[in-house]
Structure formats: C-alpha cells, structure tokens
Write a protein that binds this ligand. Sequence first.
Ligand SMILES: Nc1nc2c(ncn2[C@@H]2O[C@@H]3COP(=O)(O)O[C@H]4[C@@H](O)[C@H](n5cnc6c(=O)[nH]c(N)nc65)O[C@@H]4COP(=O)(O)O[C@H]3[C@H]2O)c(=O)[nH]1
Length: 814
Amino acid sequence: MLRDKSAIPQFSKRLSVRAIVAGILITLVTSGLVTVFQVISSINSNSKLLSSEILARVETYRSDVTYALIEGDAAAGIEVLKNISAPPFVIRAGLYHNDDQTLAETAKPASFRNRNFTGIADLVNNPIRELTLAVTEQDQVLGYLKLELDVRFRLERISSSIVHGMYLLLGQGVLISCVLAYFYLRYLIKPINEVARQIKESPITGNTQTLIGEKHLSRDDEIGILVREANRFIRLINETSSEKESALAAADQSYKSIADLLESLPHFINVKDTSGRLMLANKSFLKALKLNPETYIGADEDDFMTLIPEATRKMVKEADEDALALEIPVVLPEVEWKHADGSYMALEVRKIAISYRGQKAILSVAMDVTERKEHQARVQYLAYHDSLTGLPNRHLFLDRLDQALLRAERSGLYGALIFFDLDNFKNYNDTRGHLFGDEILANIASRLKETVRSQDTVARLGGDEFVVCMTELSEDEQTAKTLGGELAERIVSNLRKPLMIENFEVNISASLGIAYFNSYGLNASELLQHADMAMYKAKDSGRNKVIVFEDKMADAANRLRQLKADCKQALAEEQFFLVFQPQINSETKQIIGAEALIRWRHPERGVISPGEFIPLLEEAGLMTKVGQWVLKKSIETTADWHNQNLVHDGFKISINVSPQQFRQSGFADEVQSIIHDYSLEAQLINLEITESMIIDDIAHTASSMNDLRNIGINFSIDDFGTGYSNLNYLKQLPLDVIKVDQSFIRDLLNDQNSIAIVHTILTMAKQLKLTTIAEGVETNEQLLELKKMGCHVYQGYLYSPPVEAERFQQLLTD
Ligand SMILES: Nc1nc2c(ncn2[C@@H]2O[C@@H]3COP(=O)(O)O[C@H]4[C@@H](O)[C@H](n5cnc6c(=O)[nH]c(N)nc65)O[C@@H]4COP(=O)(O)O[C@H]3[C@H]2O)c(=O)[nH]1
C-alpha cells in the first residue's frame, strides 16, 4: 500500500532521530580518531622518553663499558650490558669493538604486564627502536654500544589513561549530541513539522487571509523565512485558485452558452474522437441520425452512420483523416444525402481537428445547402433556358448546334436547322398586351415540342423567334431535305391551328427558313444566320411559308441587317423626310387634303420606301420616335401652307399613326401640344389608323380617339377591307373617313370580288355617314368606275404620286 508522503515520517526517518544518531556516530568516530592520534603521538613521545631514559642509564655505566672494551673483558661486558638493559623495554644489548668485533651481547623476550594489551600492542607498526652509541676515550672511538628498545612497554604504561580519555570523549560527544538534538528538535524540527502540518491542513479556499505558523512569523532565522515564504506561497495559491475558480465558472457559463447555441442551430454538429466515437452532438444531428440523446455518447460511427450511403460515408471518413492529419479546416462543399424515403439533402460539411475534453477530436459542422443548391441549379437552368417556355435559350442552343455540327461532320449525316418567327405575333403583343403575348409563345412552344422528334432540339432565341435543330436525317442530301421539309410543313400546319387564349381566338402563322448542314465547315452562328436569311425571305415572299437557304440570300440578308443598323443613325442625322400625296375631289377637281408619307434618304442607297424600313424601325423600337417626328413635321408643314393661305377650307392633312405610337400613354396630349406649338386648328388634322389597331383593343382605341375627337381631330381608317373588316366597330368609333385599299382599286375593273367589296364598303360608309377615299387610283377608268359607284374622293398616281413639300405647294397653287 502506498504511504501518504505528506504524513509525519517513520521514527527512523525523522530528522530528529537522524540528528541524534548522526551526533553519536560523529562523536564515536571523533573519539576513535582522537585516541588513534593520542596513541601515535604517545608512541613518538615514548620513544624519545625511552631514548633519554636509556641514555641516562648508559651514562651511569660508561666507565664499566669503557673498561670492558679497553680490556676486552667479555664477562665484564656481559655484566655491564645486563645492568644497562635492566628496564623491561630494552630487549637486546650488544657491545662491539670499533672493528665490529662482538665483545658481549644480551637479549630478553618482551613480556607485558597487562595481557590484554598484547593485542593492542601488536597493532603498533614497527615497535622496535634501535639505538647505537659510540664509546670514546680521549676522542678516540673504542667501540659501540647497540641497544634495541620496545616502545610498546611504555604504551602499556599509558594505555589505561588513553582508554579513560576515550570514554571521556565519548561521553562528552554523546552529551553534546543530545544537547544539540534537543535544540535541533525544539527550534528546527518542531517548527518545520508544525509548518508542514499546517500547510497540509491549510484549505485552498480562496481566502487570501489564511496563514500558517503565526508564532514563527516574526523569527528572523531560516524558520521565520520559511514560514513567511510558505505564507506568501499559500496566498499566491489561494489567489490563483480563486482566479481559477472564477475562470472555471466563466468557462462553465460560456460552455453552457455554446452548448445552448449548438443545440439551437439547424446545422448538424458533432464531435468525434480519433477512433470515430461520438463525444458530443447537437439535437439536429441526433434527430437526423435517429440517435438517442441519452445514450449517444461513445456511439461508433460505423454503427450510427448506417443511414448515410456507403460512398458518402467513405468521403466523410477521408475528410476526418485529412482534418486530423492537416490540422486545418477541411471542407466538403457538396455531400449528397439520399434518405431511405427517397428525399434528398445536400450538405456542406466542414471538419477541423480540435482538443475536446483533453483529447484530440474532430469537430464536424454540416449545413443543409439543399435550397442553395436548388437555387444554383435554378440559376444555372435559367442561364440556359428561356423562363417563359422552358425551352433552351440561344446560349444553350448554340452550344447544342456546335455539337450537332461536329457529329454531322463525323457521321456525314445531314442535319437541318429551322428558324422561324411568328408572322402576326407582334400585333397581338402590341395590342393585347405582353401577358397575352406570353401566353401565345408558351402555347406555341408546347405545340412545337409535340411536333418535333424526341432527338430534335427546340429553342427560343428571343421574342417570337424559335429554332429547331434536327440531326442525323440522312446521308443523302435529297432525302434529308425531304425529311426536313416535311417537318417544317408539319410545324407550319400545327402553328396555323387557331389558339384559344382568354376566350379569344388567336390565328397565328409562321415564316420558316431552313438551312441544311453536314460538313460545310460552318460554325453554329453562321448556320443560324443562313436559316435566319431564309426565314426573312419567307417573310418577304408573303409570310406563312417555308424557304430553304440558298447562297444568294446571304447578300440580301446582309443588306437588311446593315439597314437595320443604319436606322438608328437616320433620325439623328435627319435622313428622314416627308412626301405628300394629294387627295382630290373628283367632282370639283380640288385638292381637299394630302397624305403625309415618310421617306428615308439613305446616304449610300438613296431613297428607301417605308414598306422596307418601317418594319425595321419597329423591330429596333424606333417607330414611336420616328412617328413623333412625322406628326410634328406634317403639322409644321401644314401650318406653313395654312399660314400662306395655300389650302382651301376643309383641307386636311392625313398622318399615319403606328399602333405603338397610338397606344403610347400621353399620345393625345402630345398631338394637342404640337398643334398648339404651331397654332394649327385641330380640324385640319386627320389621323390614319389601321384596322388591326382597332380590333386588338377596341375600348382603349375608342377612348383615345374620343379624347382627340373632342378637340376636333378627324380619323380615317386605312386599308379598309384587307383586315378583319368587322363592321361593328365602325359604329363604336368616332370615324370620319374610310380609305378603300388600293388592292381593290387595282382589280376594280376586272375582278367581280373587288367590285363587290368596294360596293359594299361604299354602301356601308354612306349609311354610317362616313366619307370614302379610294387609294391607288392610277387610271381614268378606275376613277370613272369609282364615280359611278358614288366615291368622289381619291388619291393615286392618276393625279400625282407622293411629292416633296415644295412640289406639293406648287400643286396647291396650280
Ligand atoms: N401602286 C400604287 N401605289 C400608290 C399609288 N398612290 C399611292 N401609292 C402608295 O400607296 C401607299 C399609301 O399609303 P398607305 O396605304 O397609308 O400605306 C403606307 C403606310 O401604311 C405606311 N407609311 C408611310 N408613311 C408612314 C408614316 O409616316 N407613318 C406610318 N406609321 N406609316 C407610314 O407605309 C405604307 C406604304 O407607304 P408608301 O410606300 O409611301 O406607299 C404609299 C403610296 O406611295 C398608286 O397610284 N399606285
């Protein structure tokens, strides 16, 4: 069993006991050493003592020695030697002539009075001292006296005093040791023990006043220092521990706050140890993995991740390993999680190695990014698809077309690109609004998808422009063209079927251009241009047609494209001008009005007619601006003629108004403002509107017309008979004039239909008390016929083509 090291030590290990034992040992050793020293110094002093003692004795017997030597008397020598060596420490004596001849010798064994001493005496090293004395007479050496002395005999004599001295020393040593031990105990060991006990018992409470060994505090010795330092140390510990306690309390609080925060987060959060066992997990994570909040700690990931697909698990494990090895955050931007019920979740997972509860761990935070991903996918989809119809857009289509061209190049199989736009979509869109137009486009897109083959690509390029790409038609060009043509015809006839939108029947047609491809070396946009050109040709040729691209079309299309670009500059550079065509009363032969017609003086191509550039202006969104210019210029010119008194009473200037211009908010105000600017009476102005404008939104048209009618403006309906010819609206609108379209006038003499139509229009106009003007009268025969039918006002080349203002002024004065 382990001993408590801080308890009072065993008896044998106590410092006090050790001090006493050490004192005794030191005393013993010291007294031993002193004794040895005394013995050695006694031996030395004894040998000197013995020498001086024997010398005194020799001196006593000197005359006997001298006599024995001079006489050579051995017996006398023996006698004197015995006398000299009488003391017990002389063990041998010899008398020798100066030539070393022995005269006499004596010897006796060493015998000690104290038998016990013999053992000690034996310890003395080399105890025999030799003494040689020269015997002289009148400075002449007679011989020698040699003596051998045993110093131990003297030692024996002093041994008891040495032993007593030794005992005395020992007793003295023990006494001193005990006295020292007492003081040692009282003034050192006891205070140390006391301080040790108090330190042991001292509670670490944070109370900075807790002190130990109070009674020793004032001591100025080492114990005083020890106690003061121990107190300082305890204070320090107390202070540190109180800081630590408050730090721990704060840490506890923040840990709790963090734990609460983790719990509240929708993210899936967990901490695993390095072997994949759960150490911490928030509510979201436990719920997602169906783990018990009470028992989840220690769960192995191989068990709790069974809900996650194998491949995903592998990816997550690899990320764990990376996070541990790299010690930087590892991000898995997209982890797919398909649930058993088929639902799907995309997660962004972040992992980082942390130290948790003193050990290395991995913190994983997974965020549900399904919505973001779906949003991204949606954005991606929108980037490549048309949001209205869901069809691929231009971007995606060009990409697919590129691929189709590559495939055609490789396989040698022909493909076809069909480009079309809707002939009369613009009217519906402008008149019935964009939502209505959108409905048409969405319906057209559905019809298209139903019409084409599954492998064909249908796309909307923008506006009412659609394309179809057909691939792998045939190796043979003719067969491919037949197949392409058949599909194009199918599209035309499917689109032609009326659509019902908002209870309104929409009749739409399309003009299609086809360009075939296999290995022409064209790129996608060039091919698209070819199909586009063919489509324009189809439009030019009367619409609702399918035209196949031919090389010669490229020039015409380029011309058109250039013209469109030039339109933008034309207004700024004042390239537009007006011509005026007189309107004649065939009875009085007077000019009763004029139609203002726009012309474009193109810097390179000369004068261009409106039939060619008005559609381009409409496409470029410039028609409203140009219309404003026409309105202003016509009123300005008429005001000029009027001011010069060149026009008769009742003269009217007829100004064509485009649908966009008429529908524009503030159009009536704009007309009034211009009239006001040029101080022209409103009665001199006649606005020409078309049938399509009326039919598309009769309520709005009527309201705008009434506003203008209230200030005196007249209205005529242009090209009557060519459109819907719905007679009902004629009654609802404040109309003044019906203009009979020139197509009926052209055929007036040879087409019974035309005659019938003109007759009907004239009869109806009469009933409605409307004036009629016949357009495009070129011959006297036509004029006569019209007169017979009751139409007395006309315009046409018979009297004059449209002419510039100066020339018209002349006609007025003629
Ligand atoms: N074959 C033949 N044609 C004759 C005869 N007499 C006149 N014309 C032409 O018939 C067109 C009559 O104009 P529109 O029906 O209003 O038809 C106009 C009108 O709808 C539109 N337009 C012309 N100027 C403007 C304009 O300033 N604004 C708007 N919105 N449209 C305009 O362009 C159309 C065509 O105008 P233009 O080319 O000037 O063609 C004019 C005129 O030059 C004739 O005896 N025989």
